[in-house]
Ligand binder design. Structure first.
Ligand code: NAD
Length: 260
């Protein structure tokens, strides 16, 4: 028997990067990931990859900032599987600019995807989790939930905010056996980070190699990137929790960048 046998897990942003790895790993341990992503073609490709390996998965089109799309994705999941055991609120973007130049529209867009997205998906799943008296919610934070970097004002603000949301959910969810945690990765080489390397080099007027060595990995203990597998290990740990003992806590997964 595997840890996630029959567990239905909505994973937002699971068509790429960290979310995709989490979906693959959940499926490898018997879980049924619902690949909820803006990019339906890529979500379908992830679901097909899982099914080709003998697992089950369901792709849904979902912009996490759109309440109607979130409600529909959750309703379609309930119609198909009858329950939602796990929510991994992972969808996210990055936009880098100094505060003084940050376009207000980009500030609002980033906060909306990270914070409205986490709120709306949580709210929609909770109704079903409370009824079932079971739920495991994991938010994708960042070392930037604890620490700041230049150029990332809305990202750092949003990622700190997720810790607050998670702590409130830990308190409200406990009587329904719903736990809440935040996983806080260091830099992982996903498309989100690959895009940022030349952007940061241009903003900071340094080379791309310097961005990697002297910005992204500067404070790690060993100069290494975190991997999608490392992050998935931590997410699956919380998603598999036997009870609420760990609820309300967050875990930094970062090769020592920001020691708690
Ligand atoms: P990624 O770009 O590889 O994947 C992000 C996914 O989210 C994409 O499939 C994209 O289509 C989807 N998405 C974007 N906006 C969406 C929306 N409005 N609704 C639904 N889906 C949407 O990025 P990633 O690096 O895998 O990032 C995943 C999460 O991990 C993000 O929350 C990010 O902030 C966080 N994170 C990443 C790193 C890193 O170094 N890569 C570090 C810490 C935290």
């Amino acid at each position: 028997m595997s840890r996630f046998d029959g567990r239905v897990a909505i994973v937002t942003g699971a068509a790429s990067g960290i979310g995709k790895e989490i979906a693959l790993r959940l499926a490898a341990e018997g879980g049924i990931p619902v690949i909820a992503d803006l990019n339906l073609d890529a979500a379908n490709a992830t679901a097909a990859e899982i099914k080709a390996k003998g697992g089950d998965a369901f792709a849904v089109a979902m912009n996490v900032t759109d309440e109607a799309q979130v409600e529909k994705g959750v309703a379609d999941t309930i119609a198909k599987y009858g329950k939602i055991d796990i929510l991994v609120s992972n969808a996210g973007i990055q936009i880098v600019k100094p505060i003084v130049d940050f376009p207000f529209a980009d500030w609002k867009k980033l906060l909306s995807i990270h914070l409205d997205g986490a709120f709306l998906t949580t709210k929609a799943c909770l109704k079903h989790m409370y009824k079932a008296k079971y739920g495991r919610v994991v938010y994708m934070g960042s070392v930037h939930s604890k620490e700041a970097s230049k150029l990332k004002a809305p990202y750092v603000t949003a990622k700190h905010g997720l810790i607050g949301l998670s702590k409130v959910l830990a308190k409200e969810g406990a009587e329904f056996n719903v736990s809440s945690n935040v996983v806080c990765p260091g830099f992982v080489r996903t498309p989100l980070v690959e895009k940022q390397i030349p952007e940061q080099a241009a903003e900071l007027k340094i080379s791309e190699a310097d961005v990697i060595k002297n910005v992204m990995l500067k404070d790690t203990i060993d100069g290494q990137f975190t991997t999608t597998d490392d992050v998935a290990d931590a997410v699956l740990f919380y998603a598999a929790a036997r009870n609420t003992v760990h609820s309300g806590q967050s875990a930094v997964v970062s090769h020592g960048w920001f020691m708690q």
